[in-house]
Each structure stands twice: as C-alpha cells, then as structure tokens.
Design a protein. Structure first.
Length: 165
C-alpha cells in the first residue's frame, strides 16, 4: 500500500530543516528520529508526563500531542538549544545547583517548561512556579528542589538579564 508523505519545513534551534513525514507522525518522533535530537524524551505519549515539552513559536507544547505536519513553518526550540560550547545554560546550572534532578528523565521537559515560564514571567512566585510545572511528572526528585531550581534560575537570570534561548 502506498503511504502518503508530506514534506514539512521547520526551524529547530535556529537550523532550517525539510523533512518528509507521514501525516500521523508525532512531532516528538520527528525531532528524535528524523532530526536526531534525542534530548527531548518520550514518557507516556499521552500528554500526561510532560517530559516531551518543547517550545513551538515560543509556547510550551507537549510534542507527543502535536503532529509533525502541524509544526510546518514553525520555529521549534528543544533542550539542545540551551547549552553552548559545552557550557551549561543558567537554567541547567540551576537544576544542578539546587539538585533539581536525580535520574534526569523528566528534566528536558522541566527545563523547557521553565524556559517558557521565565520568558513570560521573569520573577514568578513559588505558587506560579508550582502551577507552571504542575504538568510535569517527576518520579524521583520530588518537586521541592525543582521549585528551588526554577527560583535559582529566575534570580540568576534577573541578575544577568540573559534570556536568550
Ligand atoms: S511523553 Fe508527552 S506528555 Fe508524556
Ligand atoms: S529526575 Fe527522575 S523523573 Fe524527575
């Protein structure tokens, strides 16, 4: 049986790509398998755990709930955009400093959720941080240190005023 395929164009972490995808292909599979960006994790594949979170045109999106064809023409930012030249991004540093991770499986989603939050609200309260990360499930750290990490990142970024990614 002949399979229908569409060619989509999207910009991921500043690089333009054209990818042939089937209509049912998920954005997360396109990122991981077609573009080799495996920093975005797949957990539940049902929009529950949040580990697949990326930014699409600046908005946080669960990439297991979005079809790749829906990202045609979009700008996508994944966790790979954070570190540069081997140096951790302040958000990543924050999670290390505040011990906001253990196994790290949820961390890509937590980082991108934090990126979206701080882009919109550079000085969130603990309640706002908890609300923002409430769509992400962490099975090992507990949320106290993740909240502390987001606060650390907010304080660091407001001190340096650098929110480039
Ligand atoms: S893998 Fe997308 S929300 Fe869990
Ligand atoms: S650090 Fe292990 S699931 Fe969050």
């Amino acid at each position: 049986m002949k399979r229908s395929v569409s060619v989509i164009g999207l910009t991921v972490n500043g690089v333009r790509h054209e990818v042939a995808v089937e209509p049912r292909r998920l954005l997360v599979d396109c990122l991981r398998d077609d573009l080799g960006l495996t920093g975005t994790h797949i957990g539940c594949e049902h929009g529950v755990c949040g580990t697949c979170t990326v930014l699409v045109d600046g908005e946080s999106v669960r990439s297991c709930l979005m079809l790749a064809v829906q990202a045609d023409g979009a700008t996508v930012t994944t966790v790979e955009a954070l570190a540069s030249d081997g140096a951790l991004h302040p958000l990543q540093q924050a999670f290390r400093e505040a011990q906001g991770l253990q196994c790290g499986f949820c961390t890509p989603g937590m980082l991108m959720t934090t990126r979206a939050l701080l882009n919109e609200n550079p000085n969130p309260s603990d309640h706002e941080i908890r609300t923002a990360i409430s769509g992400g499930i962490c099975r090992c750290t507990g949320y106290k240190n993740i909240v502390a990490a987001v606060r650390w990142a907010a304080e660091h970024e407001s001190a340096t005023a650098g929110r480039e990614a």
